[in-house]
Design a protein around this ligand. Structure first.
Ligand code: G3H
Ligand code: 13P
Ligand code: ZN
Length: 316
């Protein structure tokens, strides 16, 4: 059942976080839905601009619709990840999305406000929620490479002002994470002090943590042992997910970790079976391994075993 992100956030706020997982193809969709049902967790499917153009946006939408039929028990929202203004409008008009993210965080504050406000007006007219971003994460995003040194954390006063001026429904905050597999150097930790200040200025308002992959070191070691070269990678400590959730982080974006599962499965498979060329056997392993991964993350986020209660609260 497709629901709005607002409905998911209302149930989760302050107690647990909803996992928001990026998908690009059928295998990821199967693994995501399977893992969500195994762990009895609601979730958010995220579609990036790159994912929409990987095969064809209609293909991805059809895959998600089919997954919803195959797994009727699933409760989820469909969200545009890191949209520009034009893509937000396309997704708002498509009738398929529960929410869109407008990412104008690289623009100056006033411009970010103006762009976000335009998207909010168009989205709210159709009952669609809007996630905006304030502050800059380090690391690599689709089109933009933010140098680690330039990443700036979200200012709590600006966050309050931004939400008031734009009317956005949730806010992605920079609290020390970055996109990709190389998030930290040295001791890894989220900036809980900044998060607490933002929550104090925006009580009850859903915050979003991007760049939340944990980059499991055992996963990286297996990839490297099978021919990969991912050196010096580091991610978010999974034990910080729930403390972040109790401080207002209601949506936790995870993409890189799923890519690592895919890379490990396929590198190991073809290392061990160099004569094989049928993509389905490793694809099947990936679906099962990705499902296991999703279920494990939902446990850590506290979203596992919430389906029954959520369904009751939705009156379904
Ligand atoms: O934050 C971005 C997500 O990881 C999506 O990545 O734009 O390469 O699909 P992508
Ligand atoms: P990671 O790839 O670091 O998990 O970040 C995902 C993300 O923020 C998607 O918007
Ligand atoms: Zn992101």
């Amino acid at each position: 059942m497709i629901v709005t992100t607002a409905q998911l956030f209302k149930h989760a706020y302050g107690k647990y976080a909803i996992g928001a997982y990026n998908i690009n193809n059928a295998e990821q969709a199967m693994g995501l839905f399977k893992g969500a049902i195994q762990s009895q967790a609601p979730f958010i499917i995220q579609i990036s601009k790159g994912a929409r153009s990987y095969t064809d946006k209609r293909m991805l939408e059809a895959i998600i619709r089919a997954a919803g039929v195959i797994f009727p028990e699933a409760i989820y929202a469909v969200h545009l990840d890191h949209g520009d203004e034009q893509t937000c409008y396309e997704c708002i008009d498509s009738g398929f999305f529960s929410s869109v993210m407008i990412d104008a965080s690289h623009d100056p504050f006033a411009q970010n406000v103006a762009i976000t406000k335009r998207v909010v007006d168009r989205a709210h007219a159709k009952g669609i929620s809007v996630e905006a971003e304030l502050g800059m994460l380090g690391g690599v995003e689709e089109d933009i490479n933010v140098e680690e040194g330039n990443a700036c954390l979200t200012d709590p006063f600006e966050a309050e002002d931004f939400v008031k001026q734009t009317g956005c429904d949730s806010l992605a905050c920079a609290i020390g994470t970055s996109h990709g597999a190389f998030k930290f150097k040295g001791k890894q930790s989220l900036h809980f002090d900044v998060l607490e200040k933002i929550k104090a200025r925006l009580p009850g308002f859903p915050l979003v943590m991007h760049g939340s992959s944990s980059v499991p070191q055992d996963e990286v070691a297996r990839i490297n042992a099978a021919g990969g070269k991912i050196a010096g990678s580091m991610g978010v400590d999974v034990n910080e997910y729930l403390p972040a959730a109790t401080r207002g982080v209601t949506k936790v974006n995870i993409d890189t970790d799923g890519r690592l599962v895919w890379t490990r499965v396929h590198r190991e498979f073809f290392r061990d079976k160099p004569g094989d060329f049928d993509f389905r056997p490793p694809g099947k392993i990936f679906i099962e391994e990705y499902a296991k991964f999703i279920a494990s993350r939902n446990v850590l986020l506290g979203s596992a075993n919430q389906l029954t209660d959520l369904r009751a609260s939705l009156g379904k």
